[in-house]
Design a protein around this ligand. Structure first.
Ligand SMILES: C[S@@+](CC[C@H](N)C(=O)[O-])C[C@H]1O[C@@H](n2cnc3c(N)ncnc32)[C@H](O)[C@@H]1O
Length: 547
């Protein structure tokens, strides 16, 4: 099959419209930014707690009623139909506020998702209780109330203990996942949870000579003759039974019917290891959120646990199926789809997410990673220039990705700027201490003073190397200034002898050079820039671990 998995950078609405065919997707999982301040998808929070300019640029349209909401609203209602009726009713009720802007942003995207879903497909809409009831109406309007399957409550965190600080509300510890299907012909693979020890001890208290745990279960026919149960004698006991005589004889010959004591009512012998576990219900309280210590944590604030996605993907898709995540963040659904042998399409509007996903996929799947393409990334100088004009923060994140750098945690307000846009960490000695390449990205006019500033930053931050990425060509004085900074020397042992490697202390790299394959130079014995995604071997089958 000539299929490549796909990672799109950009706004999911036009991307779905242009690139995703009708009825081509088996499973959609979407985790849009929530419309609640508490869960606001803050990529970079300023120290003061205000949202950073970058965040606002990325999500402004999503959150506030403005020209775009007005235009999308009219575009949707002029098409008529149930969704139009619903949006008009919601506008009358909510008015032109942030919640309405959010719903108007979501409505056409959900319509596209309906279009691209196969008739056997399912969609999981992950939301929080602030918006879930409105979104359910919108989903009813698009997918039809008949195709509503479940409202799943995921207990994502343990109790909040802020009651003492005067909180006058119950703690919100759950998210909601709305599960809809396209038609009644949807795929559904029941999944099971392990039995609790308490249940096992109560129901499977016996152990066979070969060590297998078993329980004894009632085989009398409830409702007696009225329910059509046959009466006959088994091991000297006459009762109404739930099996026909023939079936009963077969079970007896298999050693499955036992009499616990002489004269007692025979019972069915059921082995624990033959049982699949407890079928999953719509309350998911057995999957914890990614905490600060979690192995899989990549530092993306809204990252969801892999176990959550694993469950969803296993319930509603098979190997080889296509999973689409139009708000894919740091790529949890994508990485799990890859591990479970699904095909995948991911879309995200920030380069930060796309850069993280690329690393995650390579770290987690290594040589087992299926081929994938990144679409929408600038591939030449002209498109890089266009991105810089359109949004300089996106340009910065994208450019940092070219040297595998991590964006500085809070893309600070320029002015109070500490002069670092990103960094690469490395370790080149036995001290266990990471050293740092600090990186500045400039999309505008550059001059020798910028390199002098970078030197100052390197000294202040005690960094090993400084890298200056520029869209414009550097001037001759800039190059002179960079060369005058000298070298960073890295000592290492090779075949018993001490070697010294030298790296320019200040490296100026143009976007053009980077696009042509030039690299940042630093000791790469062990790169520690990104918190590496845990290596995830691909699954061998769909069997769940029960014990
Ligand atoms: C809540 S996060 C998703 C987190 C993800 N489930 C994970 O495990 O990492 C929402 C994501 O939607 C992206 N986003 C917001 N608006 C978008 C749009 N219009 N098109 C594509 N992506 C968008 C944001 O950049 C953000 O990464």
């Amino acid at each position: 099959m000539n299929w490549h998995n796909k990672l799109y950078f950009g706004n999911n609405l036009p991307i779905m419209r242009e690139h995703v065919a009708d009825a081509s997707v088996d499973l959609v999982y979407l985790d849009p930014p929530f419309n609640s301040n508490a869960n606001y998808n803050v990529l970079f929070q300023e120290k003061s707690g205000e949202q950073s300019a970058a965040q606002i640029t990325a999500f402004e349209d999503t959150w506030q009623w403005g020209e775009e909401s007005e235009a999308t609203y009219y575009e949707t209602i002029l098409k008529g139909g149930k969704l139009a009726d619903l949006l008009q009713a919601l506008l009358a009720f909510l008015g032109r506020n942030d919640m309405m802007a959010y719903l108007v942003m979501m409505a056409p995207r959900l319509q596209e998702l309906h279009r691209v879903l196969k008739s056997t497909g399912s969609i999981y809409l992950h939301c929080d209780p602030t918006a879930s009831h409105y979104l359910k109406l919108v989903m009813d309007g698009i997918f039809g109330a008949d195709n509503y399957l479940n409202e799943i409550t995921w207990k994502r965190t343990t109790a909040h203990s802020d009651a003492k600080q005067g909180r006058k509300a119950l703690g919100n510890v759950t998210d909601i996942l709305l599960l809809y299907t396209k038609t009644a012909e949807f795929k559904f693979n029941p999944q099971y949870q392990p039995y609790t020890l308490e249940y096992i001890n109560a129901k499977y208290p016996y152990v066979d000579s070969d060590g297998r745990k078993y329980g004894l279960w009632d085989i009398t026919g409830p409702g007696g003759a009225a329910k059509g149960n046959p009466m006959y004698e088994v091991m000297g006991v006459e009762r109404y039974w739930r099996y026909s005589r023939t079936k009963m004889d077969e079970l007896i010959s298999q050693g499955r019917i036992v009499q616990p004591s002489p004269g007692a009512v025979p019972r069915y012998k059921r082995y624990l290891d033959e049982m699949p576990g407890v079928p999953i219900q719509n309350l998911w309280d057995d999957i914890s959120a990614i905490n600060s210590q979690a192995q899989e944590r990549l530092g993306y604030p809204t990252q969801k646990p892999e176990a959550l996605l694993e469950r969803i993907i296993k319930i509603s898709s098979d190997e080889g199926d296509v999973v689409l995540d139009p708000f894919c963040g740091c790529g949890t659904s994508i990485s799990v789809s890859e591990r479970l042998h699904r095909r995948w399409i991911g879309i995200d509007i920030t380069h930060l997410a796309i850069t993280l996903i690329r690393h995650r996929l390579h770290d987690a799947h290594g040589t087992e990673l299926s081929p994938y393409e990144v679409i929408g990334d600038p591939k030449d100088l002209a498109s890089a220039q266009a991105l810089a004009i359109q949004d300089r923060y996106q340009f910065q994140w994208w450019a940092l990705g070219l040297v595998d750098a991590r964006p500085a945690q809070n893309l600070r307000k320029k002015g109070a700027d500490s002069g670092i846009d990103g960094y690469v960490n490395f370790v080149d000695d036995a001290s266990g201490q990471a050293k740092r390449v600090v990186i500045q990205v400039k999309s505008g006019h550059v001059k020798a003073g910028d390199i002098r500033d970078l030197k100052g930053v390197i000294d202040r931050e005690k960094a090993a190397i400084g890298c200056f990425i520029t869209l414009e060509e550097p001037t001759a004085p800039m190059n002179t200034e960079a060369v005058s900074a000298g070298f960073y020397e890295s000592a290492f042992r090779f075949e018993g002898t001490q070697k010294i490697e030298r790296f320019p202390k200040i490296q100026i790299l143009t976007i053009d050079q980077l696009l042509r394959g030039k690299h940042l130079q630093y000791p790469q014995h062990r790169v520690e820039t990104f918190k590496q995604a845990e290596r995830k071997p691909k699954s061998k089958g769909e069997q769940v671990e029960l014990f």
